[in-house]
Design a binder for this molecule. Structure first.
Ligand code: ARG
Length: 572
């Protein structure tokens, strides 16, 4: 809205052309609520005095009861919102459903979200947690804005490792129907054994290779074994997904595209995108500094397809069959080269095939470190298993819940501990800039103070308790009749108003920590409001306003936490 006001003002001035961009930001509260930063770069480009440009612009902004304008520093234009404007905006926010409607975008897109993607026959370890948690939160963020999101779990369920695994299964003479409680752990052991065998012995290596060829040629015994391995693995992943409230529309995985790889070779060859290089089929990108020399291998020299081939087939499928307009991949930062090469190749390929090119984004993340600053490991040096980590979070939270409320039933303790523990692990992950490594510390992530899930959950519980005390359901809180007046009321109202901006900013960079920062600041603002102002006061209108502010804060916190996949408690 202020964007529009600024542009309209600029149109009235002859010396301002349409290269002027308002560049609206949230202002420092001392100066206003929104700040237009665009005058300085514009004046610099045109050789004008920025302060004079700002003065001319402000003179063209129509007078309004809703805001005051002022100029700060060398030419920043500030808008300070009138309390009535804040009140009207809060009234427009309405209940949770109307608030969500305000967030809907004008042109919803078909988006495929590719996340989690564990490898079958292996247990999900802590490295997969980030993809699952960040991916799920991005899916929710986009759905909140009205996009049609397809969640696809791109399992690593095809590839050379199956030759070794099949060989090991046969040589050890195990039956997959008789594996114990943790079948995937047993499969992992078998694979390890197989790996030692083939490394020590040339003949074993040949046999493993021939098992793979048999599988790829559709040998029925190997097909059945492979399918069982896939089913067992998926079943064990499901347990983690269920705990985390994550569900996928598809789990196609790499194997889904196995019959399409030949088409990929032919099409890329016909379009002269790939070349033969030392027996392999590869793509170079001469315009790129590194990828001019570093090949993108799409068929290995032994004729086998790989990760790149199936990924090319996957993009073609998602674009042709699902009509995806945007495809988002959530993986570890170590796969940056792969995706950059994949995207470069796809764009050239689709262009030559006159296909609609989807927006392609790689949402990558850093490593989780232990308190020794090295990649997190168990005491005996093994990668930490995701399920163990989540269970430990729940166990530790149980103690916290019990200490606070010793009289709760066992069942209620369990329920709360689950919500607190899982929320804490999730938030620890989401609240860091995803491109950075972060240190995993139980004490920090379970703390009731600071930028943690328990702190936010506590803010929510506190507002519920305030509403309970007044026997009000949050949806039944009366509309305020008077505008925010005191500093604390105004600061809180202002913070609530910025929610749509926080959502917009989070979406722009697909970085959930931006939303976390906002929610944390909102909760802190609420807490200082609550410390400074009594909610239950004589003056009915003031009490209504304050309760109304509580209820609006609650709505925003709940919508925000739900995007992060964090459940709330009404009592804590
Ligand atoms: N299975 C892969 C891994 O464990 C992740 C898959 C990511 N998605 C993709 N389309 N390549 O690293």
């Amino acid at each position: 809205m202020f964007e529009k006001v600024m542009v309209e003002a600029s149109e009235k001035l002859d010396f301002v052309d349409n290269s002027f961009e308002p560049q609206l930001r949230i202002a420092d509260q001392r100066f206003g609520d929104f700040q237009a930063n665009g005058v300085l770069p514009f004046a610099k480009r045109k050789g004008l005095n920025p302060r004079e440009v700002a003065q001319s612009l402000v003179a063209m902004i129509p007078q309004s009861d809703s805001w005051e304008t002022s100029i700060a520093g060398p030419g920043f234009i500030n808008f300070k919102l009138a309390p009535d404007f804040l009140l009207n905006w809060l009234l427009k926010l309405g209940d949770s459903e109307t608030a969500k409607r305000l967030l809907l975008c004008d042109s919803p897109k078909k988006i495929t979200l590719d996340y989690s993607g564990p490898n079958t026959a292996k247990q999900m370890h802590v490295g997969h947690i980030r993809s699952t948690i960040i991916g799920e939160s991005i899916a929710r963020l986009l759905e909140l804005q009205g996009h049609a999101v397809t969640r696809d779990n791109h399992l690593g369920d095809w590839g050379t490792q199956f030759g070794i695994l099949l060989y090991a299964i046969k040589r050890s003479n195990v039956s997959l129907d008789q594996l114990g409680n943790e079948p995937v752990a047993e499969l992992e052991d078998l694979y390890r054994k197989g790996n030692t065998w083939v490394r020590e012995n040339e003949q074993a290596m040949d046999e493993a290779r021939s098992e793979l060829v048999k599988l790829q040629n559709g040998d029925s015994e190997n097909q059945i074994l492979w399918q069982k391995i896939r089913d067992l693995s998926l079943h064990s992943f499901e347990k983690v997904y269920e705990l985390l409230g994550v569900r996928f529309d598809y789990s196609h995985g790499e194997s889904f595209y196995r019959d399409q790889v030949d088409n990929i070779y032919t099409s890329l060859q016909e379009n002269k995108i790939c070349v033969e290089d030392q027996g392999a089929l590869v793509v170079f990108h001469p315009e790129h500094k590194r990828f001019a020399k570093q090949p993108f291998i799409i068929r290995k020299s032994d004729g086998a397809s790989n990760y790149a081939t199936t990924d090319l087939a996957t993009i073609a499928f998602r674009t042709n069959e699902w009509k995806s307009q945007h495809i988002i991949y959530v993986t570890d930062g170590r796969q940056r080269d792969h995706f950059e090469q994949l995207f470069l190749t796809t764009r050239k390929w689709f262009e030559l095939e006159s296909l609609e090119i989807p927006v392609l984004s790689h949402v990558w993340f850093g490593t989780i470190l232990g308190e020794d600053n090295k990649a997190i490991k168990t005491r005996d040096g093994q990668p930490v298993k995701l399920m163990d980590l989540l269970n430990e979070a729940i166990e530790r939270s149980k103690k916290i819940v019990q200490e606070k409320n010793p009289d709760l039933s066992e069942e209620e303790i369990k329920r709360r501990a689950r919500i607190i523990g899982l929320g804490a692990v999730r938030y620890a992950d989401l609240s860091q800039d995803r491109t950075l490594d972060y240190v995993f510390s139980w004490d920090k992530l379970l703390a009731l103070q600071g930028n943690t899930a328990p702190y936010l959950q506590y803010a929510v519980a506190r507002i519920h308790s305030i509403l309970r005390k007044l026997h009000q359901k949050s949806s039944a809180v009366r509309n305020a009749e008077i505008a925010p007046q005191t500093d604390a009321e105004i600061s809180l109202a202002r913070k609530i108003l910025f929610f749509p901006l926080a959502i917009e900013q989070t979406t722009k960079e697909l970085k959930p920590h931006t939303l976390c920062v906002y929610l944390y600041e909102l909760a802190t603002e609420f807490s200082s409001f609550y410390n400074q102002e009594k909610v239950m006061v004589e003056d009915q209108k003031v009490q209504d306003l304050r309760l109304f502010l509580c209820a609006k804060t609650l709505i925003i916190l709940e919508i925000g936490l739900n995007v992060l996949g964090i459940q709330i408690l009404e009592e804590m």
